[in-house]
Design a protein around this ligand. Structure first.
Ligand code: PAF
Length: 282
C-alpha cells in the first residue's frame, strides 16, 4: 500500500498506473473507517485494477463548527484497516493542497437535490461536498467512484455533479450497512453515550414500520405522522425530519409511490446528529 500526502505525488503515480492501462477506482472518505467503508472498498477492489482511498475531513461541508471540531480523527487505525483491505493507494492531503487561502465553497444549486432535507437543514453542506469531491475527482481522475447509500442525498448530488462535469465517470452506489441491532453505521456513532446508542435503535424501528405500512398499501400521511410523533415523543430524540421521497429527485413521494420510495430521516441525539434511510419497496 502506498500513502501519498501531496496531490502532486499522487497524480504522478496515477498517471503511471493509467499508462499501464489499469483502471482506477476511488473511495473518498473523511476517515474513522468502519465496516460501511470496508464494503465500499471491497466493491471498489472488485471493479478496479487500482483503488485509491482518500482520507480528509473537509471543513467546508460542516455547517456546525462544533461538529467539525469533534469529528473523530483515527488516521493510524484507518491506515491499518486500509492495509488489511489491500487498498492500493491512500491519499491524505493537507488543506493547503486542496484549498487556496481560507477554505470556502461556491454555492451549488441542483434544485431540490441540494436545497431540500440535508441541504435545508445544513446550510452550505452540499456546497462544501461538491467543492471537495470535484477537487478530488480532478486529482484522482477515476473511472469509477464509490459512494454509500447511507448518505442517500449526497449520492444523488454526486450523481448530478458527475452528470454535469465528469461524463466518463461512473458513480457506483453501495448498500447502507447496519450493526446487528439495526443501527446504521456512521463514524459519528462513537460519540453516542450507551443510553443514546440504545435510543438510536428507534430510528431503524420507525423506518421498518413505514416499510411494513407500504407493503400493506397503508402508506400515507397517517403512517408518516404516527412515526413522526413516535420519534418526537421519544426522550432524547430531537427529530429534524422524517419523510418518504423519490431518491432520484428528492420530491416527497405520493402514497401510491411509496413502494418505489425511500424513507429518510435526521435526528439529533444530544450533540450527535444522525441520518438514516430505508427503501420501502421489496
Ligand atoms: O461521505 C463523506 O465521507 C464525505 O461527504 C465525502 C464524500 C468524503 C466528502 O468529504
Amino acid at each position: 500500500m502506498e500513502v501519498f500526502y501531496t496531490s502532486k505525488e499522487l497524480k504522478s503515480r496515477l498517471s503511471e498506473i493509467r499508462t499501464q492501462g489499469r483502471s482506477v477506482g476511488f473511495v473518498p472518505t473523511m476517515g474513522s473507517l468502519h465496516s460501511g467503508h470496508a464494503s465500499l472498498l471491497h466493491l471498489a477492489k472488485s471493479q478496479s485494477d487500482a483503488v485509491v482511498l482518500s482520507i480528509y475531513v473537509n471543513p467546508t461541508q460542516f455547517n456546525n463548527p462544533d461538529d467539525f471540531a469533534s469529528y473523530p480523527h483515527m488516521l493510524q487505525d484507518d491506515l491499518e484497516l486500509a492495509q488489511l483491505l489491500e487498498v492500493d493507494l491512500v491519499f491524505v492531503p493537507e488543506t493547503k493542497d486542496l484549498y487556496e487561502g481560507v477554505p470556502s465553497a461556491m454555492p451549488v444549486d441542483y434544485g431540490r437535490l441540494t436545497h431540500s432535507f440535508e441541504g435545508a437543514k445544513r446550510q452550505g453542506h452540499f456546497d462544501g461536498v461538491v467543492a471537495i469531491v470535484r477537487k478530488l475527482f480532478q486529482i484522482v481522475q477515476p473511472s469509477r467512484a464509490f459512494f454509500g447509500e447511507k448518505d442517500l442525498q449526497q449520492l444523488a448530488v454526486i450523481r448530478e455533479l458527475a452528470r454535469r462535469e465528469f461524463e466518463d465517470l461512473e458513480i457506483v452506489p453501495c448498500a447502507l450497512i447496519r450493526d446487528k441491532d439495526g443501527l446504521a453505521l456512521s463514524s459519528r456513532n462513537v460519540r453516542l453515550s450507551p443510553v443514546e446508542r440504545t435510543v438510536a435503535l428507534q430510528l431503524n424501528r420507525s423506518l421498518m414500520r413505514l416499510k411494513m405500512a407500504a407493503a400493506k398499501g397503508l402508506g400515507g400521511v397517517l403512517a408518516l405522522n404516527t412515526e413522526q410523533l413516535e420519534l418526537k415523543n421519544t426522550p432524547g430524540i430531537d427529530l429534524e425530519y422524517l419523510d418518504v421521497i423519490d431518491p432520484e429527485t428528492f420530491q416527497t413521494a405520493e402514497p401510491d409511490r411509496w413502494s418505489q420510495g425511500h424513507a429518510v430521516l435526521a435526528v439529533n441525539l444530544g450533540s450527535v446528529r444522525l441520518i438514516d434511510n430505508l427503501f420501502l419497496g421489496e
